[in-house]
Ligand binder design. Sequence first.
Ligand code: APR
Length: 253
Amino acid sequence: MRGNPSDEMRDRIRGARRWLVLTGAGISAESGVPTFRGAGGLWEGSRPEELASPEGFRADPARVWRWYRWRRELIRGVEPNEGHRAIARLERCVPELCLATQNVDGLHERAGSRNLLELHGNLLRSHCLEGCSAETTEDPEAAVPLCRCGAPLRPSVVWFGETLDEQVLREAFARCERCDVCLIVGTSGVVYPAAALPGIARQAGALLIEVNPEETPLTGLCDRSIRGPAAQQLPAWMRECGWEEEPTPPAGV
Ligand code: APR
């Protein structure tokens, strides 16, 4: 029985203290941000893997910057949706929640999520390709903006073939090892190491819930699969669990 929750599952959910939420591009789909592997995932005929890689940048940095500027414009013009807001509300309803997102669009933060691990960085920031720490203002007119040291700037995201920030990844794994519930939303579950996180949570005995209109390689691990778009399904699931409203703030202050 994977579709509807039993009373026992609802009790486990309501009694859970430590939550790990893993999100991917699907959570932002209803805000109008295309997913990577769905329709609209190509940009000027290229797959993300060709653009978001050190090789892609070396081959044509101006093109890669055009893609990121297009994506920046896109996300500046959209709003967080009910799915992002439900996760931010969940954080205020449960004792401890860590949100590990693969998204680089900043929409979770704008929706009010606080305890956030951006596994793949944030595309609104940039840094020196050579790794120097000079304070630099990004020239919006330059085809390839340069650092003060003269090296190109690059968007502060993790590209294919690169390793994730060690501290961020360590924290995400540690949270998975001790979570009671792992909620997986809008990820195809094919990009590692993020896709390994639910397996760690499973091994630790956590309850796994997936929200996705489609089956994924992670579905088989899950105790419950909620099929449908996150902006509709997450608020409905919260109501079903009994979290109708914002939690009442502590009295007094
Ligand atoms: N609600 C929930 N899930 C959705 C929705 C929606 N409205 N629409 C689509 N999805 C699901 C798709 O079914 C798919 O499983 O979201 C998933 C999106 O998958 P991908 O495009 O592969 O995105 P993601 O899993 O985040 O990709 C991982 O790969 O390209 C790299 O670094 C990039 O962070 C990205 C990583």
